[in-house]
Design a protein around this ligand. Structure first.
Ligand SMILES: [Zn+2]
Length: 255
């Protein structure tokens, strides 16, 4: 059974056939899905999905792209969602994203730190999104002394991956591993010990080859497992088993 450790089934791209897609997953070998919140609204939607399907769990958090929406009231609502719903297993996705024009470094940093504090208060792991932050996300994680986190959709260098492992982090890979220009991600994956690896789709985005550009879903997470098995020189069964065990342990889910 595979564990898709990062998915967005609340996305409008699934509005037409969400239930059909979700019900197809078990037959495709997917036993668990972590549905990730990215703002207050999608966090609520993630919790609703987790309360509807026994194989779905949820995270709640505000993505750096929506950092401007973070207020005392939003933080309080995230806290309540996490406290009142046992299927909420982490705070995320949170972090820094300097990819698109118009971002505010200070606003993102404050939003990130406030949610790190929330995760500490609730004794929960965090799911980190770091895109083009020039090392700032890792600096903040160090300053805050965070040890219980995952760097999702990892696309950095092998050196950075090793640094994260030293900090106690998990490192998670998407279908990017299967892309033709994936040399860096492949090297990074090679540098992470087996017991720190997780697999994810980040669906509906990031569909792996040979489905690149299509709508992604957890049924494609096996392509990530296949590629990871090849990189690590172990069997597909071993990768499936270990990444599922890692995600269960990280998110505190009993089999
Ligand atoms: Zn995501």
């Amino acid at each position: 059974m595979l564990f898709d450790s990062h998915a967005h089934f609340d996305d409008p791209q699934f509005d037409g056939d969400r239930d059909t897609v979700l019900k197809s997953l078990k037959n495709l070998g997917v036993g668990y899905v972590m549905n990730i919140g990215a703002d207050l609204e999608t966090s609520k939607a993630a919790v609703a999905l987790a309360n509807m399907y026994d194989f779905i769990y949820a995270t709640v958090g505000v993505h750096p792209g929506d950092a401007g929406s973070m207020t005392d009231e939003v933080l309080e609502q995230l806290r309540t969602l996490a406290l009142e719903n046992p299927r909420v297993r982490a705070i995320g996705e949170i972090g820094l994203d300097y990819h698109y024009e118009g971002y505010d470094e200070k606003v993102q940093e404050t939003c990130f730190r406030r949610q790190i504090a929330l995760a500490k208060e609730l004794d929960m792991p965090i799911v980190v999104h770091d895109r083009d932050s020039k090392g700032n996300a890792i600096s903040i994680l160090r300053e805050e002394g965070v040890k219980n986190g995952v760097m999702h959709c990892f696309s950095g260098s092998a050196e950075t991956a090793k640094e994260l492992v030293k900090m106690g982090f998990m490192v998670s890979f998407t279908g990017v591993l299967t892309f033709k220009n994936a040399r860096r991600a492949i090297e990074a994956c090679g540098a992470v010990p087996l017991d720190r690896l997780m697999i994810e789709t980040d669906c509906p985005y990031m569909a792996p080859e040979p489905h690149r550009g299509e709508r992604n879903f957890s049924g494609y997470v096996g392509y990530v497992a296949d590629k990871m098995a090849e990189i690590k020189g172990v069997s597909r069964e071993e990768i499936a088993q270990i990444t599922t065990e890692n995600a269960l342990r990280f998110y505190g889910i009993e089999k």
